[in-house]
Design a protein around this ligand. Sequence first.
Ligand SMILES: C[S@@+](CC[C@H](N)C(=O)[O-])C[C@H]1O[C@@H](n2cnc3c(N)ncnc32)[C@H](O)[C@@H]1O
Ligand code: SF4
Length: 369
Amino acid sequence: YLTNRPQFVRAKNCVSDLMTCSVGAPQGTVLKRFSDNIKPFSAFLTDTFGRRHSYLRISLTEKCNLRCQYCMPEDGVKLTPKAQLLSTAEILTIARLFVHEGVNKIRLTGGEPLIRPDVVDIIAELRKLEGLKTIAVTTNGLNLARSLPRLKQAGLSHINISLDTLVPAKFEFIVRRKGFHKVMESIDKAIEIGYNPVKVNCVIMRGFNDDEVLDFVALTEKKPVEVRFIEYMPFDGNKWNFKKMVSYQEMLDQIRQHWPDIGMLQTGPTDTSKTYQVPGFKGQVGFITSMSEHFCGTCNRLRITADGNLKVCLFGNTEVSLRDVIRSGASDEELLQIIGAAVGRKKKQHAGMFNISQMKNRPMIFIGG
Ligand SMILES: C[S@@+](CC[C@H](N)C(=O)[O-])C[C@H]1O[C@@H](n2cnc3c(N)ncnc32)[C@H](O)[C@@H]1O
Ligand code: SF4
């Protein structure tokens, strides 16, 4: 199939519907699709290593109602003036273009995405995009319970809720705000309303919550949730150090001592999580091993920051402003050329964790995870 063949992957002159290709084929050759039902994956979203970027994460806001220690620098962050943030129309223009080129999953993140007043309208508009199969949100869960029915009705298909501790007092320490019970209520409401599994993102940090790994696994006995243990990652201002990071292997060893028969589940080729289940438990646990075992080889993600920059790698600091291109009046084709060039520059893999911790990058709150 055409786009499986490396010599064609960078064929930027290929357009999605009828492909007139100038790379590896005589000038102007028209290459027919094998099936009218299968659209070839966009060359603009395919990088030089053949990775097809079908998953877009869009940050809806830089603002947040929590101040998590691992995400928000202690002194806070200087927010970008509103006029420099993407408008709703610009977000939808970008989403439309990416979905047209083959993106089938969009995750809305932030900051706290549910703070954005028109988040339900954005989801309802995304829902209309043909080819978009998954609309997900990552939220701290503080405002989720009451808006869940409207979000579901609008078309939200998947939910990740962040929760790093099951101890209310510790919650206040880690996120520097109150709200533990609201988050728990949101998790229960999301289960009740039919999301399955509800994913619970849990960043494990030594000396903070590494003593709660087993309690989080125990939570999956009765609740159909997938607790995702995330290795603590370095970003600007989050005081990361190697000693605070608890690796996947260390967590798994700890869990195995208690539940020796925990078994690994099969995951999809682009899944970043290694998933396990204790036999008989309703839920499961996953590990996001960004630090100890990166998954760059199968990376299919691109990110748009709230101020409209395209980020091709979470740990890369090169960005290109799609906002500026859109505001200059560029056509979709011109915008695609710029996106394609940025994707084409994506490196095979990101630097190792020590180099990342020395590197200048945005604070996580400006990226969105
Ligand atoms: C930046 S938040 C944005 C969405 C929302 N406010 C939330 O907390 O779910 C997205 C995810 O990134 C995770 N995250 C933030 N900083 C992190 C870090 N330093 N290492 C690992 N994960 C981090 C959070 O736990 C959260 O699950
Ligand atoms: S992790 Fe989410 S909730 Fe916590 S400060 Fe960052 S954006 Fe806010």
